[in-house]
Design a binder for this molecule. Sequence first.
Ligand SMILES: *Cc1c(COP(=O)(O)O)cnc(C)c1O
Length: 350
Amino acid sequence: MKKIDVSALVRENIRDLKPYRSARDDFDSGILLDANENSFGAPFADDLELNRYPMPYQNELRDKIAAFRGVDTENVFVGVGSDEAIELLFRIFCKPGKDRVIINPPTYGMYKVSAAINDVAVDEVLLTENFQLQPDKILEAVQPETKMIFICSPNNPTANSLDIDDIMQVLNEFEGIVVIDEAYVDFSTQASLVGNLTDYNNLVVLQTMSKSFGLAGIRLGIALADAEIISYFLKVKAPYNINKLTAQKANQAFSNLDNLQKNINAVLEERERVISKLITFPQVKRVYPTDANFVLFRIDDAMEVYKKLADEGVIIRYRGNEPHCEDCLRLTVGTSVESDRFFAALKNIQ
Ligand SMILES: *Cc1c(COP(=O)(O)O)cnc(C)c1O
C-alpha cells in the first residue's frame, strides 16, 4: 500500500478553489426556474429534455463504468475524451512555468501538446528499441519539480504493451502522479492497472470509449483513480462537461456489452489476418507485436508508400519521424473489406 500526500502535489490555487456551484447542485426537481433554461423546449421533437442542462456529476454513467471496471463510483471521472482528463491533470498538478512531467517517446502526442498549452516542461526518456520502458532512467530524470510521469500501455504508436514490472517499478519509486493511459487495454492480453488503484493513491488510469467501444464520436473519456484525485477532477472540470447526447449513448453501451465483446473479438481476429498478410510483402521489413487495434510496421521508403497509398484513397499514418520508428507506418485494423482495399493498394504500388 503506497500513500503519498496528494494534496501537497496539487497546485495551491486548485486546493483553495471554490468550484462554480451550478443551479443543479442545489435542486434538481420541482418547478425549475433557476437556470435560465428555455421551458418552451427545443425547436424539434425532443425526448431527452435537451432544453435542460445535463447532470453535473453523471452519477448514473459513473456507476456503470465503476461496475464494469470493478471500482467504486468515487474512483471514476468522465470527461470530454481522455484528452480532457489529460488537460485537467496538468491544471490540477502542474504550475505553469515551474513544474515538469516525464513522457516516454515514441508515444501519444497529446501529453506534449497539453504540457505546452499549460507551459509545463517535458522531459523525454525514450523507450528502448524494442519499445519498452527504461525505469531506471525515468527515475534518474525525476527532478524536484517533476509532478507526473505519463506511461501509455498498450502504447501508441508502437502498439505493444509495456512490461508490467517496469511500470510497477516507476509506480513504486516515484513520489508523484503516475498516469497510465490504457486507451487500448480492451484489445490487450495484459491486465488493466485498475486492480492496483486500491494499493496506489498516486496512480491515475486513463481509459476511453473511443476505441474498444467504437464511440469516438461521442467524446467520452475516463479517469480512474483514488477518490481524492477524482475529487480534484470534479472540482476543476467545467460544470456540465458531459452533454446529454453523449451520456445517453455511453449509458446505452453498457446495456449492450455482448456486442462490445463481439466487436473486440472481430478486431482481434482481423488483426491476425492483417499481420499474416502484411508479412508476405517483401518490402515490409518488420511487423511489430501488437496488443492494440492497430499495427506498426517498417517498410522500404515509408514516406513514398504512405503518399502513394493516399493517392489510391487508402489513408494510414506515417510515423517515421518518431524515435526508433524510421520508415514506420501505422495501420488501423479495419473491416476485412477495408483491409483488403489497403492490401490491393499496397500491391499496386510496389
Ligand atoms: C486514441 C487515444 C486516446 C483517446 O483519446 P480520446 O480523447 O478519449 O478520444 C487516448 N490515449 C491514446 C494513447 C490514444 O491513442
